[in-house]
Structure formats: C-alpha cells, structure tokens
Design a binder for this molecule. Structure first.
Ligand code: AGP
Length: 617
C-alpha cells in the first residue's frame, strides 16, 4: 500500500523529517517515491523509481529549496507501471496544485475523459493525476478556496482515498481527506502533519487526530480544523499514542521481522499481565471491551473472521474459547463472508481480528455483520485504526508497531488476547471455577521465562541446520492437528511469503487423503508434534512420511526421543500446557522461515508483491 507523509510547520527545513517518516513506511511495500515543496509561488517536485535512497540521491544531485512545508509519498502501483511519470506527488497540468494519494479511484477513466474534454492534459497512467486536475478545475470554476475545491472534487469521486493536497498559492496550508484508506493527523507546537499511519510521525509527535470516512481537515502550522462529511466544522479530542520512536525503528537488528520475533516475550507481558487478576482467577479488559457477565452469558455462538495470519489466530481462538467456555463457534475467511447467505444473527457474536485494523476484507465483513444487526468485537494492534473505532467492542493488543510485512508478534499478541478472552468467557459462563482461572493465569505468567530458551544459541543452531536444508527445496508441507493445525497454516504462510518457497499447511489427518502423494525425498514435511491429544497420531504421520523417504523437520519437546527419532531435523521447545503450546511452537516456525529467507537473500521485511496492510479488496 502507498505511504504518505506531509508537514506544514512554523519554520526551518522539514524535508529531512518528512523523508525520515517516509523511510518508516517502507515496510508498506512500494516501487517509487517522491516529494514536493512550495517555493516562490511555485511547486518543486522530485520523484524516483526504486527505493527512497534513489530519491535521496536525486535530492543530493538536485536539491529542493529548504522549506517548512512538504508532501511525500511511496507508491505501490495500482494504475500504471512503476515509472517516474507515475510516481507521486502528482501536479495538475498548470503545476499549481500537488497531491499524494493512497487508494483507488474507481471512476477515474470517466473523470479523465471529462477533464480532457475541458482541455486538461495528462502525463501519467494514474488515477491520482485525474484527481489533482479535477481539484484544479473546481478551483478555477467557483471553488477558489482549496478546501472547497477539494471537497467539490471528492463529491465526484467513487472509491477509496487518503489524500494530502498542497497549492502554490497557499504554501502554509495542507488539505487532507480520507475515504476507506487510513490517514492520521499529527499535532505539535512546531507544526501539523499527516501520514498513512502513526509510526511515520512518532519522531515528530505522539498526539494524533484520526480522520473518519468522508472527513476533511485543513492543516496550518499552528492549528488543524476538522470537517465532517457535510463540511461542518467539528471538534475531536486527540489520542496520545504510547508507542516510542525507537519501537518504530530497527534498533540494530538486521530486519524488523527478527526484532519482532524476539519481542514476543515482552508482547506477552504487555498484552496479558495487567489484565490477569490472580486473586479472582479472572481477566479484566478495559472499558472498550464492554461486555458484562450477563451479556457474555447471552451469547450462543461466536463467529471468528480475519485474513491471512490473523485468520490463523482466529482458528486458534475459536478452539481456545470453546475449550474454556463451551461456546460453540466457527471461523470464516472474512472475504468469503460477503458471499454467505444473510441468515439471522440471533445471539451470535462476531470477533474480527486484524493487526492493522485497516484490512479492507475484514472491515467489509465487519460492516456487513453490523448491517445484519450483529455485534462485533475487534481484536486489533493499532489504536485509532478503523477496526478499533468502528467495532462495537474492542480488545487492543500491546505489541507495539509491527513493521515487518510478515506478521509475527501481532499473531502472538492475538493468541495472548484470545487466551484471555477464553478465560473471561469461561468465568462469566461459570464453566471455569476461580481455581481453574487462577491456574490458567499462573500457566500464562510462567510461560514468559520458558520462552527464553527458544532464543538460545543451541536453538539457533538447530534452526539453522533445518533452514539450510529447507532452503534447497521447492515445496513442502506443514502438518499439525488440533491446536497445531492453525500453526501448520501459519508456518506455511511465513515460509512462502518471505522465502517464496511453496508451502502448504494441512491438518495432518488429511495427509493420507491426498497430500501423501507428494511425499518424496525432495518433498519434506514440517510436523508439529508436542504433547497433547494429537501426539500419538502425529508420530504415526511422521512414520508415514519417513516410510516414503520424506524428510521430517519436527517441533517437539526438548528431550522427547520418540519425536527426535522420527525427525531429520528436531526443533526442541519447552513443555507447556497444551492450550499454551501454540504460543511456544510458533516461534521456531517463524525463526525457520526467517533463516530460510535470509539464506536465499530475500527482501525479508518487504517481500515482493506484498503489502503490510491490504487496504484494498
Ligand atoms: C501475514 O504475515 C501477512 N502479512 C498477511 O497475511 C496479514 O496477516 C493479512 O493481510 C491480515 O492483516 P491484518 O492482520 O492487518 O488484518
């Protein structure tokens, strides 16, 4: 997804700060970058295909004038190939207005044809260039104020957008607007800022206004005016982001993904420990959770929905909640929900999980549930995100910003939150006694020190050996049962999305129903085989693989010789209660994918074709 960073400040040269913010957004994936600034009644523009470093080189060769105002952008191509002419920012054909955009303007072709008939010229393949010329047209035809011209143009637009607009005539003013693509406004004594998400501005401010769909804002160095969809001035309290700038930086790690894998023990503590009440054996969420024991007792079933990695934690959450509270559930791919029959919601609670809180498929599913009269509980990592604001109930995970495209600590944070939810529901529905709740909380607190062994040099050595082997294969199968079937899916997704090796996750019970035909010495299996109700059958599956010359990478409890004997590569994990084993077993799967991708020289934090937040369907 595209990245936006813009600033209008009281003085000095804002370009270094804007470029710093743009680099923080690199994880979103992009193919070109650009920046624009006003000077002497005109607009100056620098754009480059490739990484931000290429833009910085261009600026070194052909500097922009020092400026207190600038707009910058990283482009993830939707209309038109990666090319300088298609890079943002885009100017109108008279070079009086410049605009950056994240989203898709669905009716851009008709708008472009109309504007061409009115004499406008176009130099790119983008929908964005159409919008900036439409604004320019309105400014020349009755909407002299830039804000009015932007609002008039947006009335003609269908689609998703987050935009920042700057005019040469009003160099100390930015207009921002959003519809379905995220945009935040940062506030400080030194100026006003806009960005696609908060980490891009943490070096400048921690205070933010979040725009809702249809809203616009006028940013000046000393103040921000917010307007609702009808153009009426509104007031909104700023939110204080508790993330630090360092959390949005790599902090000496070679990749964000490695840093985020290693942050997981802290994520456990930050997401869970203040919510666990040992005396009562219960869990207390913040007021945004909004459920009483009575409303929890009235719920007859739970529908979990998400995409990608969050779908895998949803599958696990369904099992955890059923295990502790006996509430039946189902898990759906959010994009598929839209095609499901519109049945009576009844006493169904929908839980939607999304790290970013901006995934278009998941947001569409949430709105569909609400349209059908259902209630939505959001589990999300980004305060102020669309999911966090529009869900009827909310649990925030406290993972800090997750920058690597491959989700790791956010998955871990989701599992932690789901474990807490399962306890809360179990206690509210009197399926768990106080003592049982106390034991579950004790197990969770005891988990944190047990995770340390997964980051030992011995563990790293085992991972490396398995990674050296897997890096040579072209395809492999991840197998798990019960709680570990979603882990098999997640391990396969991690490997495929950052190493580009084809990998499939399967319930191990399915193997003899087809996948076993694939097993050969060139087609290995990663098996998750820690103690629990699926242990014996997993051993059988591993024997079946080896009987067909298939190699096995197994995750098993340290010292478990039965598993070690069935494995060509044995990844040892500490023994924990079965319900918590997914929070342990996922870590070697993440580390394995990371080391394979590293060995293959992949772009680990920004894998090809992927974006961190999929804000288009
Ligand atoms: C996972 O590593 C991927 N980045 C992707 O599948 C991701 O989980 C999915 O797009 C959902 O994102 P969300 O959690 O922000 O909704």
């Amino acid at each position: 997804m595209c990245g936006i960073v813009a600033a209008v400040t009281t003085g000095g040269n804002v370009i270094p700060d804007v470029l710093h913010g743009l680099r923080t957004l690199e994880y979103r994936g992009y193919d070109s970058a650009g920046i624009a600034a006003p000077a002497e009644d005109s607009l100056h523009l620098r754009r480059q295909v490739g990484k931000i470093s290429a833009l910085e080189q261009e600026l070194a060769n052909n500097a922009l004038p020092d400026t207190p105002t600038a707009v910058a952008h990283t482009r993830w191509a939707t209309h038109g190939p990666p090319a300088t002419r298609n890079a943002h920012p885009h100017m109108d054909d008279e070079k009086k207005i410049v605009l950056v955009h994240n989203g898709i303007i669905e009716n851009y072709a008709e708008l472009r044809a109309d504007l061409q008939e009115r004499g406008h010229q176009f130099f790119s393949d983008t929908d964005t260039e159409v919008l900036v010329n439409l604004i320019a047209w309105h400014q020349k035809n009755g909407k002299e104020e830039l804000h009015d011209a932007v609002r008039a143009a947006l009335k003609e637009v269908h689609g998703a957008y987050a935009i920042v607009v700057l005019s040469a005539k009003t160099p100390d003013l930015l207009i921002v607007a959003r519809m379905d693509s995220p945009l935040v406004v940062g506030l400080s004594e030194e100026g006003s800022f806009a960005a696609s998400d908060m980490p891009a501005l943490l070096h400048l401010t921690r205070d933010f206004l979040v725009l809702e769909n249809g809203e616009t804002a006028v940013l000046r160095p000393k103040n921000v005016e917010l307007f609702n969809a009808e153009g009426v001035r509104i007031e909104r309290t700023a939110i204080r982001c508790d993330w630090t700038p360092e959390q949005a930086e790599k902090g000496g790690y070679p990749h964000f993904m490695l840093k985020e894998i290693e942050e997981q023990p802290d994520v456990l503590a930050r997401t869970a420990f203040d919510r666990c009440h040992d005396l009562t054996g219960d869990v207390h969420f913040e007021k945004e959770f909004g459920f009483t024991d009575a409303t929890i007792q009235s719920i007859q079933r739970i529908r979990f929905m998400a995409m990608g990695t969050s779908l895998h934690s949803a599958l696990l959450g369904q099992q955890m909640v059923a295990e502790l509270s006996a509430v039946p559930g189902e898990t759906l791919n959010a994009s598929e929900f839209l095609y499901s029959p519109n049945l009576e919601e009844g006493q169904t609670l929908t839980v939607i999980l999304s790290q970013s809180g901006e995934t278009a498929d998941s947001l569409r599913a949430m709105r569909e549930v609400q349209k059908r009269g259902g209630q939505v509980l959001g589990i999300c990592n980004v305060m102020g995100s669309t999911l966090a604001r529009e869900a009827d109930h909310l649990i925030l995970t406290h993972c800090g910003p997750e920058v690597g495209v491959a989700s790791t600590k956010a998955f871990f944070g989701q599992l932690t939150a789901l474990y807490l939810l399962a306890i809360r529901f179990g206690r509210a529905r009197e399926k768990l006694s106080k003592e049982q709740g106390q034991e579950l909380i004790h197990d969770l607190r005891a988990l944190r020190p047990k995770l340390d062994v997964l980051f030992s040099s011995e563990a790293a050595e085992r991972i490396q050996k398995a990674a050296d082997f897997l890096a040579q294969v072209s395809s492999c199968l991840f197998l798990g049962r019960g709680f570990h079937f979603p882990l098999a899916l997640e391990g396969a997704l991690k490997l495929k999305e950052i190493s580009y090796i084809h990998a499939e996750g399967y319930p191990a019970g399915e193997m003899k129903h087809g996948p076993i035909a694939l097993i050969s010495e060139d087609f290995p299996v990663v098996a998750i085989a820690t103690p629990g109700r699926t242990y014996e059958k997993m051993i059988s599956n591993m024997e079946e693989v080896r009987a067909r010359a298939g190699k096995v990478v197994a995750i098993g409890v340290a010292g478990d010789q039965r598993i070690a004997n069935q494995a060509d590569y044995f990844l040892a994990v500490p023994e924990v209660p079965e319900l918590l084993s997914p929070l342990v077993n996922i870590i070697p799967l993440q580390q394995l994918a990371y080391q394979v991708a590293l060995k293959l020289g992949r772009d680990i934090d920004q894998p090809r074709n992927l974006a961190k937040s999929v804000t288009v369907e």
